[in-house]
Design a protein around this ligand. Structure first.
Ligand code: HEC
Length: 289
């Protein structure tokens, strides 16, 4: 082979490499991120998007996109077969699954819910547009959805539509099975009122994915209890108003108001405040993460 022929060949190789590499940069950067799977504190596997696509069938799923108030079609992997392959069937015996996002959002979803409804890990829009959305619940912020975005086959389920966006984490980087009741330091003392206990349920559903109590919960928004509880430094009437409609107090806040899906928002807000007050008497120094 002549030198020029070798050069030509090398150029060809380089050309085809570039043609593949450059248009794919954003996607390949995303698919290079591994998603960590943990079982009660132990890492079981770390898999890239490509590796995940090899273990479960890709589907197109139409969902009502709660963040945008419109229907969307995603390319996605069904969640249950992914869990079966990664954790084995034993995952169904877990109590909750904690999803952690790159931005610190951290919802904990009951396994019962994942068994009762079809959840999917979306990784692209069906129409090939960039994998982002405009989050009308967070001051219309444009957010990245990858590497994985948990969506639900919700178009025919009133229960799922009513749940709002709280169990739809995007930017998922870690998935952890919990067999024991999680969050002991967020749980109100056993002697707390029924009102505070109901408030704790609302807190779990609507607040803990972003906020921590005594260090437990999501890392996307401030701690609310330690060392000084929000019930101690925010005037009661403003605390209630903040929870129901934060933008009526701080114009550019990204905190969403308590979702409209809750039938009685005012009662729910009062119960939330009862819970926060109960926790102000149960402060614990947050453990180091
Ligand atoms: C999507 C994330 C998110 C969710 C869900 C969320 N918050 Fe927030 N919250 C924030 C952010 C971010 C702030 C920081 C203040 C700001 O953005 O203006 C905040 C601030 C607060 C504050 C004020 C703290 C201070 O010292 O100024 C309170 C009180 C609060 N949230 C309570 C709640 C309660 C109760 C819920 C559940 C009903 C909730 N939040 C749900 C993101 C969230």
């Amino acid at each position: 082979m002549s030198v020029s022929r070798i050069l030509q060949y090398l150029l060809l190789l380089l050309g085809s490499f570039c043609a593949h590499a450059f248009p794919l940069v954003p996607a390949s950067a995303q698919s290079a991120i591994s998603i960590e799977f943990k079982d009660n504190g132990q890492t079981v596997k770390a898999l890239s998007l490509d590796e995940l696509r090899a273990i479960a069938p890709v589907a197109s799923i139409k969902v009502f996109e709660v963040h945008e108030n419109a229907e969307r079609i995603y390319r996605a992997l069904p969640a249950r077969p992914v869990f079966d392959k990664v954790f084995g069937k034993g995952w169904e015996k877990a109590r909750e699954i904690i999803f952690t996002s790159i931005d610190g959002y951290q919802p904990s979803i009951p396994v019962m819910k994942l068994l009762a409804h079809d959840a999917y890990f979306a990784f692209a829009h069906e129409d090939g547009t960039p994998f982002t959305l405009t989050n009308r619940l967070q001051n219309n912020e444009i957010v990245q959805l990858g590497p994985l975005y948990l969506v639900w086959d919700n178009t025919k389920s009133k229960e799922l539509l009513d749940a709002g966006a709280s169990d739809m984490p995007y930017q998922i980087k870690r998935i952890e099975l919990k067999f024991m009741p999680p969050f002991p330091n967020m749980t109100p003392p056993a002697r707390s009122s029924a009102e505070a206990q109901r408030g704790f349920m609302h807190f779990r559903q609507h607040c803990m994915a972003c906020h921590t109590i005594n260090g437990e919960g999501g890392g996307k928004a401030p701690e609310l209890n330690y060392p000084i509880s929000v019930t101690e430094y925010i005037k009661p009437e403003y605390l209630k108003r903040w929870i129901m409609s934060p933008q009526s107090i701080r114009y550019n806040t990204t905190m969403p108001g308590l979702t409209g899906a809750i039938l009685d928002r005012e009662t729910a807000t009062e119960e939330l405040i009862a819970y926060l007050k109960a926790m102000s008497n149960a402060k614990r120094v947050p453990a180091n993460p």
